[in-house]
Ligand binder design. Structure first.
Ligand code: SAM
Length: 285
């Protein structure tokens, strides 16, 4: 039995149609309305699980208008499920606008967790860095993409990107151009599907690997790129790092970075990133 006046935000599979929770199936089979990004895709998923349901379209081009309809249903006491074509709604997918509007009305929103391509890729990557930054899709135009990557270049955390097959080669070429050849990349392709591939290599070797087999350039991609290792960055002398470490012992991070930059002449952004990673390695200090 569904809760009345509740919006259920339901994660659906990213490939294998059995990657869906029992609770998600229970709710999909019982709600009054399913708001789906593409009703055909959702109908196919439901049919696979011997379910059917009343549906309406809610996608990036009609989200506000569709949200009004959903809110009217919820206010009339009905229950509604929100699903996208694959994975978790609101994660590089529509959903956030609807959820916001529903919450603004004081109505209940209940998430039903499940598949997400980024977490799926991360879990099988073996990357040990405890922190990550989920970025999603980079800009599609080369100039904007490079600028976005420049801003991410000094992040000490694993970077997670989504990418489409027709941009995969350009995207990796830009990653190499901006971040250099030495970082690790994990290319996770077609997760949970027939041609699932998870390949780890140095960023400098990724293009060669992809170009060696055109089939590896097809499908859906998650890219995981290791964060900057400031200690190994060329240009930072041991003495500069030592100065920063000493200042960090007694000063707040920002002040230590400012002083270290003045004393050593090193780039403040590089010092800041190093300070962050040093703090993370000794969080109790
Ligand atoms: N909401 C989804 C989620 O929770 O992961 C993401 C939707 S976004 C529109 C689609 C992108 O997610 C694809 O372009 C690809 O980068 C990534 N993706 C989705 N399914 C995937 C899969 N099976 N294997 C690899 N990447 C996938």
């Amino acid at each position: 039995m569904m809760d009345r006046s509740t919006l259920y935000v339901i994660a659906t599979p990213i490939g294998n149609l059995r990657d869906i929770s029992l609770r998600a199936l229970d709710v999909l089979g019982s709600v009054d309305m399913i708001a789906a990004e593409d009703t055909r895709t959702t109908r196919h998923l439901l049919a696979h699980h011997s379910l059917a349901g009343k549906m309406m379209a809610l996608h990036q081009h009609n989200e506000r208008a569709a949200a009004e309809k959903v809110i009217a249903l919820l206010q009339a006491g009905e229950s509604v499920a929100l699903v996208t074509d694959a994975g978790t709604p609101g994660i590089s997918d529509p959903g956030a606008i609807l959820v916001n509007l529903v919450r603004q009305q004081g109505l209940r929103v209940t998430p039903i967790p499940g598949a997400n391509a980024a977490m799926c890729a991360l879990s099988a990557s073996g990357l040990a860095e405890p922190h990550f930054l989920f970025y999603g899709f980079l800009p599609t135009k080369a100039g904007a993409r490079k600028r976005a990557l420049e801003e991410l270049k000094l992040q000490p955390h694993t970077l997670i990107f989504y990418e489409a097959p027709h941009r995969i080669l350009d995207c990796i070429a830009d990653l190499v151009a901006v971040m250099g050849e030495h970082r690790r990349i994990t290319i996770a392709r077609e997760l949970t599907k027939l041609f699932e591939t998870i390949h780890g290599c140095a960023l400098g070797d990724a293009l060669t690997w992809l170009q060696a087999d055109a089939n590896q350039q097809k499908g859906e991609f998650v890219l995981l790129v290791s964060g900057v290792e400031i200690q190994n960055e060329p240009g930072m002398s041991e003495q500069s790092q030592h100065t920063l470490e000493i200042l960090l012992e007694d000063l707040p991070l920002k002040q230590a970075v400012k002083l270290a930059a003045e004393i050593t002449g090193e780039n403040r952004k590089v010092l800041y990133a190093l300070a962050l990673s040093l703090k993370e390695k000794s969080p109790t200090e």
